[in-house]
Design a protein around this ligand. Structure first.
Ligand code: URA
Ligand code: CA
Length: 448
């Protein structure tokens, strides 16, 4: 095999055969192919795309580069949930405790914030004492004992994806449907779960800006899930505006707790109930989506979801006292931005708000940057509401000191007002998993 010939073949729009894809991934993982050749291949894939078989082979090759988590010692159908990433996307923190409280065992491995999208691992680390990095045996034990563990991804899981992802990040090749699909699914098929709920975000605050692209990503994610024998339900949801009212790390944990108490933003709470409902159904605890949602709502009214969240936090070394005390933003200065005129809220730009939070130190532009967990912002108004001059638009939780006037005007510019109310859909589409679709090809047979 010759890497130059393989790059050339993809560059010219031809289909790579499974052996070529496996060989490139394996050789790169072992360090025998340099970054510049893998980067060239990634750019060729970015422009020429891949067919389903190529994507499946790439997924399997990356999955095979590391360990497979064995959750067979945990009773019940283990369900995983994944979002392609958005702004104010606090769903994991509330929906997973609700699904676990209903009886679904969950091992959730999350990533960190990068660019404008938040990362669940960073949010959890704003909880004093919370340990996100657990050894594999301890993750499994926690799911056995507590039904829910929320951790960072083991570095031994699909390590080839980790290396390729860093390279994509540095070579402008992240926004490619085949590469995103292979990256996500390579990790999901080795993470030990038996069903998967995917939330594909669509809109200016997400990787996929338009519904057509997002639908194509949703289709291929579901196809790969089915090929791997992993029943996969996909939701296509809006990311034109922030999902919740909170953007930042500790403020998003606060909002998740509010959702678990039946409060918080209405859009966020609705999506949490719907996705938790889908998890409960996929876990075999409900026989329909509607019954799953009923059980998720029960988790809110009975308080069992919040109790489950506290148990998980405690098991991972976190302090649960702040949950009862409220606000988890001790070291910040709260500045309120007020409306300069009256009108309906017609737009809230998630990109501008996420960039505001990054500027305050609450996100990172490159991997490994330090972050301040306690800065962030909280919208005080939802899309479509009427505000009067002088009403609060949002609270900024800023680091102490410094001149932050330009931060205030940046945040203010994200909220637009007009004469007519405007609302947005929350869910564009949903594809339920169907056991008849499952193709049950073990990924191990593909990498041979
Ligand atoms: N999330 C991933 O894990 N990989 C991608 O490529 C994009 C989002
Ligand atoms: Ca390896």
């Amino acid at each position: 095999m010759n890497p130059v010939r393989i790059i050339e073949k993809k560059r010219d729009g031809k289909t790579l055969n499974p052996k070529e894809i496996q060989w490139m991934i394996q050789q790169y993982d072992e360090g025998s192919i340099p970054d510049y050749q893998m980067a060239a291949l990634l750019m060729a894939i970015y422009y020429q795309g891949m067919n389903d078989e190529e994507i499946w082979t790439m997924t399997c090759a990356m999955a095979a580069s590391g360990d497979t988590i064995d959750l067979s010692s945990v009773p019940g159908i283990k369900v995983d949930k994944h979002s392609t990433g958005g702004v104010g996307d606090t769903v994991t923190l509330a929906a997973l405790p609700l699904a676990a409280a209903a009886g679904v065992p969950i091992l959730k491995m999350s990533g960190r914030a990068l660019g404008i999208t938040g990362g669940t691992a960073d949010k959890l680390e704003s909880i004093p004492g919370y340990r996100t990095a657990l050894p594999e045996d301890q993750m499994i034990r926690q799911v056995q004992q507590c039904r829910l563990a929320m951790v960072t991804q083991s570095s031994r899981l699909a390590p080839a994806d980790g290396q390729i992802y860093s390279l994509r990040d540095a070579t402008a090749t992240v926004e490619s449907i085949p590469l995103i699909a292979a990256s996500i699914m390579s990790k999901k098929i080795v993470s030990g779960s038996e069903a998967l709920i995917l939330d594909v975000k669509c809109g200016r605050g997400a990787f996929m800006k338009d519904v057509r692209q997002a639908e194509e990503l949703a289709r291929i994610l579901r196809r790969i899930g089915n090929l791997a024998g992993l029943p996969t339900t996909v939701f296509l949801t809006d990311m034109t505006v922030p999902l919740g009212q909170a953007i930042g790390n500790s403020v998003e944990v606060d909002e998740a707790v509010e959702v678990l108490r039946g409060r918080g933003s209405c859009r966020l709470r609705s999506l949490c109930i719907i996705l938790a409902g889908a998890m409960i159904k996929a876990g075999g605890v409900a026989s329909s989506q509607a019954e799953g949602e009923e059980k998720a709502k029960n988790g809110i009214t009975s308080g069992s979801g919040l109790e489950q969240f506290k148990q998980c936090i405690e098991a991972q070394g976190g302090d649960t006292q702040w949950i009862d005390k409220g606000q988890l933003t001790p070291k910040t200065r709260c500045v309120t931005v007020y409306a300069q005129k009256s009108g309906y809220i017609t737009d809230i730009d998630p990109v501008i708000l996420a960039e505001t939070v990054i500027r305050m130190g609450g996100g990172r532009m490159k991997k490994g940057d330090p972050i301040d967990h306690f800065v962030g912002l909280r919208l005080k108004q939802d899309m479509g509401t009427f505000v009067h001059t002088g009403d609060p638009l949002l609270n900024l939780y800023m680091p102490q000191g410094g001149d932050w006037k330009s931060i205030e005007s940046q945040a203010e510019s994200a909220v637009r007002m007009g004469e007519n109310p405007r609302s947005l859909p929350l869910i564009y589409k949903m594809w339920e998993s169907d056991n008849n679709d499952l193709e049950n090809q073990d990924f191990r047979t593909i990498i041979k």
